[in-house]
Design a protein around this ligand. Structure first.
Ligand code: ADP
Length: 163
């Protein structure tokens, strides 16, 4: 059988239970899952790239076939170089769809071997985003239902500093 590698790209600023749900489901379906924390020049992140990767590594430490990476440059090129078969993305609502569809087509043009697979968000986390976590955390609200337990305290402490 084919050995399938996929990649879950995102800002993960910070990781949420929504991200972890998609990554966990991907890890059950595919042989190898790369989680790529992206340096997005159009976003001004609250957590540094090192912090985002560290929090993600902690969150996925129970998933042996998942590896956290980061890189500069195009996702399509990274996938070609590393023999990654598909991008896996979570879709929360119709509002995510247009942007994601455009990205999927662009990536396919840049690397025709590369597929994009969409997983529907879990009903418990479909309203959840990193920006919501940042906003609630910054004002001292309870984010324990939104982020993985093992990184909760670090995220809370860090968001307080940003207040
Ligand atoms: P955010 O929108 O929270 O900043 P990212 O840009 O880090 O998220 O998203 C990375 C990937 O995770 C995208 O494919 C996005 O659709 C998916 N994702 C984000 N939040 C959720 C969620 N709550 N449920 C499912 N997928 C999600």
């Amino acid at each position: 059988m084919k050995n399938i590698s996929v990649i879950c790209p995102g800002s993960f600023d910070p990781v949420t239970l929504g991200h972890l749900d998609i990554i966990t489901r991907a890890s059950k379906m595919f042989d190898r899952v790369y989680v790529a924390a992206l340096v997005n020049s159009s976003k001004n992140p609250s957590f540094s790239i090192e912090e985002r990767m560290e929090l993600m590594r902690e969150a996925v430490k129970g998933l042996p076939n998942v590896e956290v990476v980061s890189f500069e440059g195009l996702l399509a090129d990274y996938c070609r170089r590393n023999k990654i078969d598909a991008i896996v993305k979570g879709l929360r609502a119709v509002s995510d769809f247009e942007y994601e569809f455009q990205m999927a087509i662009a990536n396919k043009r840049l690397n025709p071997q590369l597929e994009t697979i969409f997983l529907t968000a879990d009903s418990d986390s479909m309203y959840l985003s990193s920006s919501m976590v940042r906003e609630i955390g910054r004002y001292g609200g309870d984010i324990s239902n939104f982020v993985p337990e093992c990184v909760h305290d670090r995220i809370v402490a860090r968001l307080k500093e940003n207040r």
